[in-house]
Design a protein around this ligand. Sequence first.
Ligand code: ADP
Length: 488
Amino acid sequence: MSRILFATSEAYPLIKTGGLADVAGSLPRALLGLKQEVRLILPAYPEARARMGKARTIASFELDSHQLNLLQGRLPGARVTTWLLDCPVFFDRPGNPYLNEQGQVWPDNAERFALFSKAVSLIAQGKAGIDWRADLVHCNDWQTALVPALLDQESRRPATLFTIHNLAYQGLFDQATFTKLGLPAHLWHHEALEFHHQLSFIKGGLVFADSISTVSPSYAKEILRPEFAYGLDGLLRHRRQVLSGIINGIDTNEWNPGTDPRLQQNYNRRTLAKKIIYKTALQQHFKLAEAPDTLLFGFIGRLVEQKGLNDILASLPAILKTPVQFVFLGSGQQEYEQALRELAAQYPDKVAVQIGYSEDLSHRIEAGADAFLMPSTFEPCGLNQLYSLRYGALPVVRKVGGLNDTVIDSTRENLENDSATGIVFTGTAGDDLLDALQRTQKLYTNKAQWKQVQLAAMRQDFSWRRSAQAYLDLYQTSLKRNPKPLLT
Ligand code: ADP
């Protein structure tokens, strides 16, 4: 049994902006099931505090002239011991973990997450007044990437694993910020945190962690190439011996059409016909034409370039000349929000958009949509396609990253051997997506084949069982890689 400190900036259901929260909310629970001693730690945002409910202060300590409290409670719905790091000046604010209510990044994000990382490294070493220390710290994304760099200063330390959930977000700040944070001076070096005269938080993880992982095997290979790595491919190639990819699992209690409390009538593979109830409900909710036989695509996600919005906007006008419907749920860049609204205004009975975030509606879209649109230009893992498989909404995806690892194209051969689970396309132009949408339409006209693919999709097992075991193996490897292990 190992003592694992799982450090993250978000964890569902305490606080969520994206896939990291889903992982942080479900992997620790799976690890607990594998008999590990896990502690989940994240900042004490007001929402997280409120949702955690009962909590008690287990430590108080001073760090960089801030008085910090560590609150202990449980992750709702799980037995995972959860620690919220309370530092009101930095974390007791409205808005999401990274942005204010106007959608702008908090100007002191470097200070906020540097302090969080410093606190995590103290807590991991048992230096914050708690009678517990970690054998391994599992850090996630740039907000916790300084932890491996800080621990590297120590003569004895826990092992470290750094997981990249999205390499596009690196935590880049200017040199003055580096000075302000009071980090050890020697870390200002191109073989440490400096990246083209900037401070790069993510390099703390990439340079110093004993192991690096990312959230799919394909993405682990892609980020060794310049097109996917934003200048970090050289460093990643240098560390490729310790880099691996583990596909994310999904919370199969949360995402299960057979038990989903958001669905009045649950369905499974044997009662798939009930999906029509949710399709009709979706058409009503979005005020689209109530057409049971019209192919309905769903889209849920951040409205950013990564999610393939340029290709969607380029290919939709052509496909909208045919009988088809689209529902979009998401928020993000204004120009995409605006373009989708305009499309909906132009095709009111075919396209509908809800700008915003709704956990509830996202479940109902998965249940009601025939197909799920996810043409991301890159996708470290992607969760929505996994939810879609489970809900029998066939994913239409580009062959990148985790999408490539989880969806099997409906080629003639794959249809014949009953392995097809969706539509996979290659290429980077709007035409490639248009072609994929047309292929989806063609498949949809063959009701028997469509159902066969739906059933195959719903049979897929992306529960945490396998992936949590893979993390456990990686923890063991990381413990062996740690050159300065703790004395037991
Ligand atoms: P990313 O982490 O890049 O945003 P993922 O597919 O890995 O993409 O995970 C996104 C998660 O956030 C999924 O659980 C998805 O359902 C959820 N999500 C994204 N946007 C919305 C939204 N507008 N409403 C509800 N859920 C959303």
